[in-house]
Design a protein around this ligand. Structure first.
Ligand code: GDP
Length: 432
């Protein structure tokens, strides 16, 4: 269960806020020096999502090194938290102690939500904007006592929490599902035949099997794979009208049913519109992707020159796809297929730790901030990985990002974390 730590100076209203979040009058303890409430966890729930709130009040600040005291006690709670609510008193504004705590929060690289508590009315809420100076982005004005703003705050907490594990991650380990696709005559059946000796048809296997009758289990690189819609690869579709449409539906269906797609291209011919359509089907479906340049035995120096140019031009949008140069006929590089599939699937299911992600992001936006637009530059507050297969990220920002800057973030994200063979999705959630 994800953990939300509530930290802040004494008397900023942490306990009241915790009570507001857990929705019951259970733990109203004032910040009385000497009363120990160190890291008391409470169960909370909002919109069907359960999480733990950790209250960090009760510490006794030493007059001599108050700053050190707050840093130490907050740090303990922060280390184990997924999200930190940093509470300040909107009526007081930021203090030296607040600033010392901010430094520590920065180092932790945890997502921090800045809560401006005691914003009981509009004028205090207006003043709360001065808390921007803390460098934690826009403050959330809340009145823990009266409930004002607490719904928005809870929404923000949920958005910042790591996503609950998906069913996919709990899926029993069976053979991975692969779609072998490409326009007619690129060599799909020929490549399949390379593996057919080891093939086991599953059409007549017992009832209750999860393997679709049109699929088959194939050994590739000493590993069993579920090749989706092998029936479509075998039955040679005639040239009657309507078959292209039918073939394209079949291709789309195979990709949808697969986890990773091998798109076969004919290296001896220019990359065509039909090839592009199939590649788009894969990227739009969010599947992992290996591009196999088949018939490599036909590629001479001349063809190679033009092919490189075509690749630059036609595959510009998908530089992350894994590319193989193989020949179903001679068997060249066919043994590279299984490692490529495994690599693409590993990227597809990569999960990055929130702390790691935010450490990286903090450095990135410091080095290259968003360009100023209309006198203001939107800031990225923090990021979370919202899911896998493919990796999906949510950037929490103070405003919409330029498309160019978003592409820059994606490019840098790939440079840092790889994702070779997998698409990644980035969405931006500007704070209202
Ligand atoms: P499919 O329609 O994608 O299943 O393509 P096929 O496997 O039927 O192959 C179409 C044609 O390309 C056949 O004549 C194959 O012999 C030929 N072919 C397939 N792979 C290769 C290859 O690697 N090199 C060469 N030179 N020809 C190939």
């Amino acid at each position: 269960q994800p953990v939300v730590a509530v930290v802040g100076r004494p008397n900023v209203g942490k306990s009241t806020l915790v009570n507001r979040i857990i929705g019951r009058r259970q733990a109203v303890v004032e910040d009385v020096p000497g009363v120990t409430r160190d890291r008391v966890p409470y169960d909370a729930q909002w919109n069907g999502r359960a999480f733990t709130v950790v209250d960090t009040g009760g510490w006794e600040p030493d007059a001599k090194d108050r700053a050190a005291a707050i840093a130490a006690q907050a740090e303990t709670a922060v280390v184990t938290a997924d999200v930190v609510l940093f509470v300040v008193d909107a009526m007081v504004g930021s203090t030296d102690v607040d600033e010392a705590a901010v430094k520590m929060l920065r180092r932790s690289a945890k997502p921090v939500i800045l809560v401006a508590n005691k914003a009981d009315n509009n004028s205090i809420e207006m003043e709360a904007t001065s808390l921007w100076s803390l460098g934690l982005g826009e403050p959330f004005p809340v009145s823990a006592l009266h409930g004002r703003g607490s719904g928005d705050l809870l929404d923000a907490i949920l958005a910042a929490l790591p996503e609950a594990p998906t069913i996919l991650e709990n899926r029993p380990r069976g053979p991975r599902r692969v779609a072998l696709v490409g326009r007619p005559n690129v060599g799909k059946s020929s490549l399949l035949n390379r593996f057919s000796g080891e093939e086991r048809a599953v059409v007549d296997s017992v009832a209750g099997t999860t393997v679709d009758p049109v699929d088959s289990l194939v050994e590739i690189g000493g590993q069993t794979w579920q090749l989706v819609d092998t029936a479509g690869l075998r039955k040679r579709v005639g040239k009657a009208s309507g078959t292209e449409y039918y073939a394209s539906l079949r291709t789309a269906g195979a990709i949808e049913a697969a986890e990773v797609a091998v798109v076969l291209l004919d290296s001896s011919e220019p990359i065509s519109e039909q090839d592009q359509r199939i590649l788009s089907m894969v990227t739009e479906s969010g599947r992992a992707l290996v591009i196999a340049f088949n018939k490599w035995d036909l590629v001479d120096a001349d063809r190679r020159y033009y092919l490189d140019k075509e690749i630059d031009r036609e595959l510009r949008r998908i530089p992350w796809a894994i590319r193989l140069n193989l020949s179903a006929m001679t068997g060249r590089a066919v043994d590279k297929l299984a490692p490529a599939l495994n690599k693409a699937l590993a990227s597809w299911e990569t999960r990055v730790r929130t702390a790691h992600l935010n450490q990286w992001l903090t450095a990135l936006v410091q080095a290259t901030p968003h360009p100023v637009r209309g006198g203001r530059a939107p800031r990225i507050l923090f990021a979370t990985q919202a899911g896998v297969a493919p990796p999906r990220f949510v950037l929490f920002t103070t405003g919409p990002l330029d498309a160019g800057y978003q592409r820059f973030v994606e490019r840098k994200l790939r440079e840092e974390f790889g994702y070779e063979g997998s698409p990644i999705e980035i969405s931006v959630r500007p704070r209202k």
